[in-house]
Design a binder for this molecule. Structure first.
Ligand code: GUN
Ligand code: FE
Length: 454
């Protein structure tokens, strides 16, 4: 009897630290029945050949071909699942108008379970095909459709963390799209948490309920307080939007005479399992509160270019030891690909560092020390995301889950510009980061199970 469920052979890239890549050349990855990496065996190790002899030729042995590499599956920390239906459109007006003109009317349609099923099935398959093995989702205010999203993640093998969105303030939300009242919002949230915890028992990869006040402007004080209590009672994840735009940040300051971070904290919503989207306008005290409470930031670089009126100072927040991961923010961000968001994270940080207004002298134009490298952006999309969620995901190493994507750099129809005479393996990594498209992702595995191939 073989000891391991699967044995993989090939070269992998994974983060050693936020700034450095670990390259494991032609290693063996031994996966146990729980889908965990039990051992990584290097070619120079004594057991390498005997493991190969045992597994080669069996169905549980998988060897990468020349030009193929393992990357960790991506962790997308911020996805509005219903907004997939409008991705790539509606990016022409500011956040407040965008929500009321396009987004709330769209999300209200998810009372229709047939429509929800069509959009959610397509989204989860698309994200898996883009290498996203774990996703933190906002669904809609509808309890049933939110549960349906969790069921679809469970069925397709994605690690989905799903929130039924709460918008309980009748003064701030349209009558056609909100919770009936505060107590209904809290009862629905509690029933949703219990149902997803039950569903999770039927999955290998896990699905998780998330307490989800949309953002402070859409919720009453009583709603926010009740949600903080539910998060503590069930020890759940929490997600919301925090200090995203001039308008959203200013709204909270007017209402509470304090920043979002401290207002959310007052309601018990900043916890080790909290992930707050955007956070562009956090000041140093807010950042310290995030670090102290273990609250993480979902950095959404594409969306920020449209709605956040700013570039987030990622490097400054990292210096405060705040946990940061990457989010697509579909559909505020148009792309379902975290490769695209990695690229935008790097480019935006360079523009922040250098500045953009050429009527100013170069020395006054930007914010020094703001740039992040592509290695750091990759870290945000993988290991950083895993740390934000306190899950053993996002790295290819012992005691982490086998969540990987297989990248094929030699696809005949989309070959990457890799020329053996020149190549350093670090350069191959960078070419994958900048040039990979979904067609290069040949296989995706979650918790030791294949969930996508092409
Ligand atoms: N703030 C409140 N709701 C949303 C949303 O759906 N997208 C973004 N980007 N910001 C929000
Ligand atoms: Fe968002």
């Amino acid at each position: 009897m073989s000891k391991y469920m699967q044995l993989f052979q090939g070269t992998s890239f994974s983060s050693k630290s936020p700034t450095e890549i670990q390259v494991l050349t032609d290693c063996l990855y031994c996966i146990n029945a729980d889908g965990m990496i039990e051992r990584v065996v290097a070619p120079e190790d004594t057991e390498y050949q005997s493991l190969l002899d045992t597994y080669q030729g069996s169905d549980s042995f998988h060897r990468l071909e020349e030009g193929q590499y393992f990357l960790p599956g991506f962790v997308d920390l911020h996805v509005h699942a219903p907004q997939w239906a409008q991705s790539g459109t509606a990016l022409d007006i500011p956040l407040y108008d965008w929500l009321n003109t396009y987004t709330f009317p769209l999300e209200s349609k998810f009372s229709d379970l047939g429509f929800a099923q069509k959009v959610y099935e397509d989204l989860v398959s698309t994200l898996l095909a883009n290498g996203t093995t774990t996703a933190l989702y906002f669904a809609t205010v509808h309890k049933e459709a939110s549960l349906l999203l969790a069921e679809i993640c469970a069925g397709k093998g994605q690690r989905g963390l799903v929130g039924k969105v709460v918008m309980d303030d009748p003064e701030q939300n349209p009558d056609y799209y909100r919770d009936a009242d505060t107590s209904t919002a809290l009862m629905d949230t509690e029933a949703f948490i219990i149902a997803v915890k039950e569903l999770a028992k039927t999955t290998k990869q896990g699905v998780y309920p998330v307490v989800t006040p949309r953002f402070i402007p859409s919720c009453t004080d009583a709603g926010l307080k009740g949600l903080g209590k539910l998060a503590a009672k069930y020890d759940t994840y929490v997600q919301s939007h925090c200090s995203e735009s001039d308008w959203a940040h200013g709204h909270v300051k007017d209402r509470f005479q304090k920043n979002d971070a401290f207002a959310l904290h007052d309601f018990g919503l900043l916890r080790d399992k909290s992930v707050m989207a955007h956070c562009n306008f956090l000041d140093d005290q807010d950042a310290e509160l995030f670090a102290d409470t273990g609250t993480a930031i979902a950095h959404c670089p594409i969306s920020n270019a449209y709605f956040a009126n700013s570039v987030i100072p990622v490097a400054r927040f990292h210096a405060h030891n705040v946990e940061i991961g990457l989010g697509s923010d579909l559909s505020g961000g148009f792309s379902p690909s975290l490769f695209d968001n990695i690229r935008q994270a790097v480019m935006s940080s360079r523009m922040l560092e250098d500045g953009v207004n050429t009527s100013l002298p170069a020395a006054e134009r930007g914010v020094p020390k703001s740039r992040i490298t592509v290695h750091e952006a990759f870290y945000l999309a993988t290991a950083g995301g895993g740390e934000c969620l306190s899950l053993p995901i996002g790295r290819i190493q012992k005691n982490y889950v086998w969540d990987v994507q297989v990248i094929d750099t030699r696809l005949p129809s989309a070959k990457l510009p890799i020329f053996d005479e020149l190549e350093d393996v670090q350069d191959i990594f960078q070419k994958i980061m900048y040039l990979a498209r979904p067609e290069h992702i040949r296989e995706v595995w979650v918790q030791g199970e294949k969930v996508h191939s092409r």
